[in-house]
Every structure is written in C-alpha cells, then in structure tokens.
Design a protein around this ligand. Structure first.
Ligand SMILES: [Zn+2]
Length: 674
C-alpha cells in the first residue's frame, strides 16, 4: 500500500509533536501533556509505521528501542581526541590554576562551573540534525560505536529540534550516568536473580552501554548530560552561551551549571555543592571549572593529555581505614561464589560496617587485597560498602593471599569457572547453601510471604533434612516442627497457618518465588498475565517467550532451561498437589478504578508495609513510581517524609496522609462490591 500525502504529513506531524514532548519531559522536566495523551500519539505513530514500513526513518521516535542485538562494537576515531581533565583536590590547587591562567592570558577570565557527574564519557554526532553516531570515550582517541544503545536513552533526541543551520552538523560530548535510584533497583533485581552486583553507578552505566542488546540497555534507565562541543561554531563565543543554545536545540544540559566572573565565586560554588550534591538523584563527585571564553580557551590550548583551560576538582570520598580479618567465599542461591571481606567493625557515613564485598577473585587480585591487610573502605550513597585498596606499607609479612577454594565451602563439590565468565560457581544443584538460598527466596516477603519462615528456620530444616526443596515446605507436619528448638505449640500452629495461607498467593508471586534466573518480580508479572496458568508457561517455546515485550533472549533461555529440568518439574508437580496457586484463566476483567493514576510513597507508613500498599494500588490498576514528577497524581505521606514530600509541594502535586489513603481504598472497595 503506498501512502497518501495526508498520511505522510500526519506521520511528520506526529514525529515533531512527540519529539517536542520528549524534550519537555526528559530534557526540561516540564511536560505539558499527560502520559496518557502522549501514549495515544505514540500509538498512532507506531500503527501508521506498521502499515507503511517504508516511511520509517532513523530519527523517528519509535526507533528509540528496537534495534537488533549487535555482534560487537566497531571502533570510532575521535577528532579532536576526547581528553581527560586534570584533577585537583584542594582550594590551593584551584587558586593556583586561576593564577596560572591569569598570567598566561594577561587578564582575568570568567568561568563556567559545572557539576562533575560520575558517569561514562560519550560522543554524539548529529548530521543534518539527525543523530547518526554515538561512541564511548575509549582511550580518548578511539572508542566503541554504541549508537543503538545511546538511542535508547530517553533524554537523547534522535533529531535536534532547531533549524539553526550552524547546528546542522554537530558533535557534542557528555556524560552518561545511571541515577542512584535506578542503580539501587538494578542491583536489587540482580541480587534476586543471582547475578553479580555492580560496585557503583558508574560501573553499572559502563556495563550497560556495552550490552549487545539495545532492548536490555533500554531497561537500565540511563540518562545523559551534555557538556562539551569539540568544534567551534560561528557566532558563539563562550561556553556558557553554547550550553544554552544546545539546551534550546533539545539536548539535555545541566541546570546547575553557573557562569561566574571571580575566583571567589568559584570557591563558593565548590563549597555550596559539597553537601548539596548528596541530594541530587545522581552521583556527583566534584566540580569542573572551565574558562568561559572560547578565544581564551584557544589561546591556552591543550597538552597531549588534557586541556589547559579546564580542571576538575574532586570532593573527598567518604572513606575509612580498617583491617581485613578474613575473606570468606559465600555461595549464593544460584551458585555464584562471592568473596566477602570480614572487617574489624568501623563507623562510616552513619553506620557500622563489618563486612564489605570484594566482588570477585579478579578484583581481589587486581587490588592486591590480602587477609590481614589494612585497607581503605568506601561507602557512597546507598552503595554497598566496598574495599577500595590495601595499604601495602602497613604489612607485617603475616598477611595471606586469598585463594578461591577448589571445592564449594558448602557442599564440597568442585568449583567451576566457565569460559568468559568472571564468576566462580558451585554447579551442584543440591548444594545446601544454594538449597537454603532458594528456599529463603521462596518464602521471602516479596515472594510467597510465609511469615516466620526466615533464614534461621530454613538453616535448621535443611540441616535436619526435613526440607530438601521449597515444595517440601507444604508437607511439613506438626510433629516435624515441635521437637525443634524454640518451637512451642503456638508458634508451630502459627507457622503452619502461614504456610497454608501462602498457597493462595497470586500466580505471579508463585512464579517469582520459583527463583528462575533472570526472572524478577516484574518479569514474573508479565509471564503470569501472558500465560495465566503454569502448564502453558511450562510448555512455552523459546520463540513464543521472545514475543512477549520486555522478555529478552537471556530470560527466555533461562525459563526454558528451568522447566526442562526434571527435578524442577517434579517440584512444581508437588507444589500443585499441595494446592499452591498454579494460576487460572481469567474470565472477566476486574474493575480497575485506579487505571492511569500514579502514586508515590514517602515516609514510614504505620498500618501497612510498603509492599502491601504497592500491591493494593497495582491490583486496582494504578502505578507506584519511585519519584515525584508533575505526572504524579498522589503522594502518600507517612511518618517523617523525605525529599519527595518537598518535591510534591513544589510541583503542586496532591499529598494525602495514610489515613486518607486508607479511606480512599475502602471507598473504592465499597463501590466495587456494589
Ligand atoms: Zn556447593
């Protein structure tokens, strides 16, 4: 079917409109239409492009996700090279930079001050206003081409929204980063799925940009801030005015950037952000001081390594020193063995720390951390404490090099390391540590939520061989439990009741509880709503799984592998026999009175647990978001609310107390039951 002129015009108009709203939403954070209206526009465009595939262009907003997985990354040469900045660590060094510059220029210069985001440097090339190439910094001269991955970042415009001819062919450089909250969520999800954790948001960003499948990158919630244009542009004579022009053209620049004229103002900015940066949604580890005038920049020029017209100042990290008492290998639920440092307890950023992750054996070797070493540990934001480096000067000679044991500390079977993998694993499915881990996961609050069925009890039950897998939980008898320590008649009854109650948990929770690798609670929901009953999921083919949006090859493979395992099938059969919910086919739609409504929770709720509130809202068709925007409908405010409450007031979003929320829910329930 060939498209009429009306269709071509409509598609063009839709793209412009959607690009504009993307800009309002992701770059300026000032949306002017609701998510719902936006979705309708996007849907119309998707439908038209499906009908007329020949009209799809690379800059269409539909092309943000959906590229094919890459085989690898092609090299890209940077001209001019992407230099790194010299770092400074004190006020004196900033002042001496100022004096050096003043002397070289023979006059005072003005500055542009930027926050230094702890992310990954990238280059974006626009040709004819369209994003055509994006690459990592690499070694500064040659990086990797990651265009498809960069396109998935929502604040990256695929087409500049300007007709300024000077910007027609443009290279910009900036920093890709993962917001703190997205980082915490990602690690939580990875922990649940038995995948190795990222040490910090920067590593997570770098790792995400190097994923081969753009669909996976799209899930990582990366963001970008543009801060540099490597070429000169006619009529623009200062860095600060350049940034403003970029922002108007649709590129995301930082709203915290400041222009100033004196060194005193530079020092004030440094001081001002030392604490304020901790409230930002992303990691900032310093400030960048740039000479503002391009003529001055050219005069000062660059060395081989770094420009002479800019420096970075880095805030001191929150570190402490302590001693590594031991390094113990821990076996997780999926068999990955993580070395953990046992530390002499030390107080750091508000908490006492006695354990820190060492990630993996390669990291230990790279950092040369030995048992008995004095070490620096660091904790940033909500990041797990990490051992940064050892202090070799303090060694006595009694320190011991850690060696990954040849056999699993839990079951004694041989540890393996697959080719190309960093992690060491115990691959014995019957390994007690893994068995325990799987059962703990199964009974956990966000899974089957069996009250009283925690780590301690699981350890006892597995050690006494009363439970060998999670299906056994449902065949426990009173006489099994009564002889156990601290198990009186009443607590045994409570436990058995809790076990009984868990049989009715929703199907998606049951799926999540199975502990299939790569299947977090979100994916479990997708699977549950697609397949509705266990049997259908069990028999699903790889291709069918891939057709579900958001399910990638890794998850699909993992599902197939899980259900083709004989033992797993037996366990599921027994769960079914016990009466655990195996899903049912939905006949009628339950009413969704909260459809389209977005809630944000802040502070401590006294009557409900957060998980429960979230489930309640989702069951009624609403959505719970982790951050407040002008699209938020309600902010539920509990005891001692955080910054979200302030944000809500600032944006004029409706706030309700816990009592009001409960009342709202009971009103809805009454209406539903009518
Ligand atoms: Zn083992």
């Amino acid at each position: 079917m060939s498209a009429s002129r009306e269709v071509i015009e409509r598609i063009k108009k839709l793209r412009e409109t959607i690009n504009y709203h993307n800009y309002r939403y992701y770059v300026l954070n000032q949306p002017v239409i609701s998510d719902y209206e936006y979705d309708i526009l996007l849907k119309e465009l998707i439908d038209l492009e499906k009908k007329y595939p020949e009209l799809v262009t690379p800059d269409s907003p539909t092309q943000k996700v959906g590229g094919k997985p890459a085989e690898g990354f092609l090299p890209v040469e940077h001209t001019p090279p992407m230099l790194s900045l010299d770092n400074t660590y004190s006020e004196e060094e900033i002042i001496s930079f100022h004096n050096r510059v003043k002397k070289a220029l023979g006059e005072e210069s003005s500055y542009t001050l930027e926050l230094k985001i702890d992310g990954v440097a990238v280059s974006l090339v626009y040709s004819d206003f369209i994003l055509v190439k994006a690459s990592t910094r690499g070694n500064g001269r040659i990086g990797d081409e990651i265009t498809q991955n960069i396109k998935t970042i929502r604040s990256v415009p695929l087409r500049l929204i300007t007709d300024d001819r000077r910007l027609k062919n443009l290279e910009v450089r900036g920093e890709v980063f993962m917001p703190k909250e997205a980082f915490v969520e990602l690690n939580k999800e990875r922990e649940k799925n038995g995948l190795p954790l990222f040490a910090n948001p920067r590593n997570a960003s770098a790792g995400s940009l190097k994923l081969l499948d753009p669909k996976e990158v799209a899930k990582r919630n990366l963001d970008i801030i543009i801060h540099t244009v490597p070429q000169s542009i006619e009529g623009i004579d200062s860095h600060f005015s350049m940034l403003k022009i970029l922002n108007k053209a649709g590129l995301k620049t930082s709203s915290h950037t400041r222009y100033c004229k004196t060194i005193e103002d530079v020092l004030k900015y440094r001081l001002e952000w030392e604490n304020k940066r901790k409230n930002l949604p992303y990691e900032v580890d310093g400030i960048v001081i740039k000479i503002d005038k391009f003529s001055h920049q050219r005069e000062l020029s660059s060395t081989d390594k770094s420009p002479r017209w800019a420096i970075a100042y880095k805030y001191p990290a929150e570190q402490a020193t302590t001693r590594v008492v031991d390094i113990v290998p821990q076996v997780g639920r999926t068999g990955i063995i993580t070395p953990v440092a046992v530390l002499e307890p030390v107080f750091l950023s508000g908490s006492t720390i006695s354990r820190a992750t060492l990630h993996n054996a390669d990291e230990i070797a790279r950092k040369d951390i030995r048992i008995g070493d004095n070490v620096f540990i660091e904790k940033g934001g909500e990041v797990i404490p990490e051992v940064i480096k050892s202090i070799p000067e303090a060694r006595t000679g009694k320190e011991k090099v850690f060696e990954m044991p040849e056999r699993c500390p839990s079951c004694g079977s041989k540890i393996v390391r697959y080719e190309g993998e960093i992690a060491y694993r115990c691959i014995n499915a019957g390994c007690p540590s893994q068995v325990k881990g799987r059962i703990i996961h199964f009974a956990a609050r966000n899974a089957m939520d069996i009250e009283g069925f925690g780590e301690k009890l699981v350890n006892v039950l597995v050690d006494k061989e009363l439970v060998k897998n999670y299906a056994d939980i449902y065949f426990l008898k009173k006489e099994d439990l009564l002889p156990l320590e601290r198990m009186a008649e009443k607590s045994v009854n409570n436990l058995l009741n809790a076990i009984e109650k868990s049989k009715g948990r929703s199907f998606d929770r049951v799926l999540f509880a199975l502990g299939i690798r790569e299947i977090g609670s979100h994916t479990a929901k997708l699977l549950a709503s697609h397949f509705q009953i266990m049997k259908r999921l069990q028999n699903a083919k790889y291709e069918e799984l891939l057709q579900i949006s958001e399910i990638g090859p890794a998850a699909a493979e993992s599902i197939i592998k899980f259900f083709s395992d004989h033992e797993n099938r037996m366990i599921i059969k027994r769960l079914k026999e016990a009466g655990v919910n195996m899903g049912k086919e939905e006949k009628k739609e339950t009413p969704k009175p909260l459809f389209g409504k977005t809630f944000v929770l802040t502070g401590t709720l006294s009557k409900y647990a957060r998980d429960d509130v979230t489930r309640l809202i989702e069951n009624l068709g609403g959505r719970v978001s982790s951050s407040v925007s002008s699209n938020t409908d309600f902010v539920v405010v509990g005891e001692s609310p955080g910054s979200k409450y302030e944000k809500a007031k600032e944006l004029g979003v409706k706030t309700i107390s816990e009592e009001e929320f409960i009342e709202m829910m009971s009103n809805i329930k009454m209406q539903n039951s009518k």
